[in-house]
Design a protein around this ligand. Sequence first.
Ligand code: XMP
Length: 602
Amino acid sequence: MTPAIESAVQQLSASALAAPQITVLDTGGQYTHLIARRVRELGVYANVQASDTPAAELKNRLGIIISGGPASVLEAGCPDIDPAILALGVPVLGICYGHQLLARHLGGKVEKGERGEYGVAQLTVTASDPLLNGIERSRIWMSHFDTVSKAPAGFNVIGSSEVSGIAAMSDPKRRLFGIQFHPEVVHTQVGRQILENFVFGICAAQKDWNVSQRVPLVEDQIRATVRDRNVFFFVSGGVDSTVAYTLCLRALGPERVFGIYVDTGLMRQGETELVRSIFNELGAKHFIVDSAESEFLTALQGLHEPEAKRRAIGEQFVKVQERVLATEHFLDGHWILGQGTIYPDTIESGGTAKADLIKTHHNRVAGIQSLINAGRIIEPLTSFYKDEVREIGRELGVPAKFLARHPFPGPGLAIRCLCADEPAQAEINSDGIILPVRSVGVQGDARSYRKVLALKETPSREAIEITAPALTNRRADINRVVAQCGAKAPLESLQAFPATITKQRLDTLRKADAIVRDFCLTTKFEDQVWQFPVVLIPVGTSTAPESVILRPINSVDGMTADVVLMNAPDLTRLTQKLLAIPEVAAVFYDLTHKPPGTIEWE
Ligand code: XMP
């Protein structure tokens, strides 16, 4: 782009921010923000406002979209709209709950469905209409229990699905439209087309937004929020905090942005140096590494049980953060706190993801909480999804290899370095060898903490898909099955040795992990997996007291995971490299999907 065009586009986008053409009214849905994002992807700026925003505030919009939401319009006190928006003459599109709200306000009927409709469904177009222009039968995505059983007067039923007789309805005269399905999710084949029909065909919106201009706009917002203060970040080396930090660096200049990275001593080989070099490359001027290795090792002394280790690490983080806040004087009024919170983090997941637990620890240090309460916090990425954060990172020149990194758990290698409190012997049985260590699993939605069964055979597709699931289903004493890749001694002779977290054991694990990582980068196996934990267990022989577990998996969100099989010649070569580490007696391959195993062993 020439500078003149660039500046014109920037002005265009800035005016769009000031006066959005399309507003999405939020009734509490998981996808509200995604609707606005999809509209912006069409080149039209859309913002999100509270569902009950007064009609007077919305009268200049070219279109209003009412989002889906978890409530039922049949219950008292459910999220509502100002009904006057339906008489403004502005086109309105209700989605899911929004569709039901339209029906209720305009004299139609909403009922509890007999059965819900969740997931993929088929849309049959039953009448021609501007909203469904160009669309015939197609795949849609539904997620609802209540259903519109009678369209309001003046409305035509324009589409139906197997379960929903009124999957889409329209009053073209008043330009009011309702759809039960979700056009914003990718599973709805014609979602983009429907939004295009609404935004351009019905609302006659003009393109005023260019996705590539979001970075300068976010930078403007940062300057407006921070004013004359400075910003400090606790960075983790993860993608979100790095990108948020870089945005602030660009918006405010390197003198005004401070980054602190806590080296817990529980990091992978070369991690601290890598993070330091990346921040250097990004132009950071004030970037400090707080070396807290000995504090963390002391906190972990003598602990064996996974949850006890996790708690100790969480509490230690809190102490280190308090110390840094006090010694760097970040609590005084010249500073505000920057955080890499992204949009999904702000949705109440209601889940118990461990990632949340660790984040909670970080965010709840008393000093930080008081900054949050005082409004002294900036989170430049709260409007974005992970893939957008990666794109923004690319635009900012954050190195690609850094943006593509696998997820890494907050407690670091401590939860990949298993401990044992007493000696124990491997046990032989008809199915294989029971290794004398326990790992965490998830069975029937509950945590399990059970032993591991080792098969003498090498890993195979059949062992992953048939043998391992059959064994974990049948045997109540195990939650995980591994296959041997190679060993310096017969499996039945292996013993568990009492062990806790020590620097020496962490170094052995770091060595093994680095060998695996280098190997996977060279063979491109890295690209086939979502994550590849390498785990050390204190099981071996008197001269080689440890074993290594390989845990390559594929996943979308970490909630479930499938084992990925490495080809046999590569696995043989990798095993030889690992067995060359003097402390390592055996190498195993984890054959357990999640569930019943978790991705991490602790
Ligand atoms: P699990 O082991 O529960 O892991 O199947 C699912 C995903 O979450 C990561 N994980 C964590 N991430 N703090 C984090 O930030 C944690 O305490 C934590 N524990 C697990 C794990 O690496 C996997 O990607």
